[in-house]
Design a protein around this ligand. Sequence first.
Ligand code: SF4
Length: 244
Amino acid sequence: MQCPRCFWLEVRLKVKRPSGPPFQINKAIDTLLKKEFDVHRKAQTTHPLIKEYDLELVPFQHEKIDYWRNVPISGVYYVHEPTNLRIWGGVDDIWVNLNTGELTIVDYKATSKNKEITLDAEWQETYKRQLEIYQWLFRKNGFKVSDIGYFVYANGRIDLDGFFDKIEFKTKIIPHNGSDGWVEKVLLKMKACMDSDQMPEVGKNVMDSRKDCEYCSYAKARTALTLEHLQPAKKTGKAKKLAA
Ligand code: SF4
């Protein structure tokens, strides 16, 4: 769904885009939310937040729940036969409607914004697709899955008087009406891309279509500078030393 060139560089040449430091605070919130919902999973009761939104759902109790959540050790996966690709991911939570047996995919998110949290930003399409991939994976694993998934979105408050070793969060549930119709098409495109010997064209910036991709801007600027510095050195026979 993103730029095919970076995908190709990673899978064919093992050249990965640089990544930032891990989001440990977000991980901590995920872990605590899991513990909190697990209490209700065990008791098969409705979490107060689910009750607040009038949803007839409880956390899904299944022998593989930890296996499906435990990335990168395990996770939920499916081998897509037409491409022989093993599609895999770690779900945050699954809720179930006890009357119909239908599953609902849930993803936990955390942020800190001085305004109401929505899913309207362009870059949040990646969140929606993440949820839709999990819906697809659970359907392929034989479960009945609702098109509606939920984000449990925690917003760290910055309107308070101080830190005092504590951040207060306001958590809300945001529904997303998912569609996994795009998944098969994208898997075929991925397979064609990775099998190609040609480096693909640069694609669009999916996080913000108004801006150039910051990785490519950096790579281009740096290459241009390197070449510029290399030119005079060539004349003096120092090119080899500089290049090294
Ligand atoms: S535009 Fe961005 S994603 Fe695409 S090749 Fe350049 S760095 Fe990679």
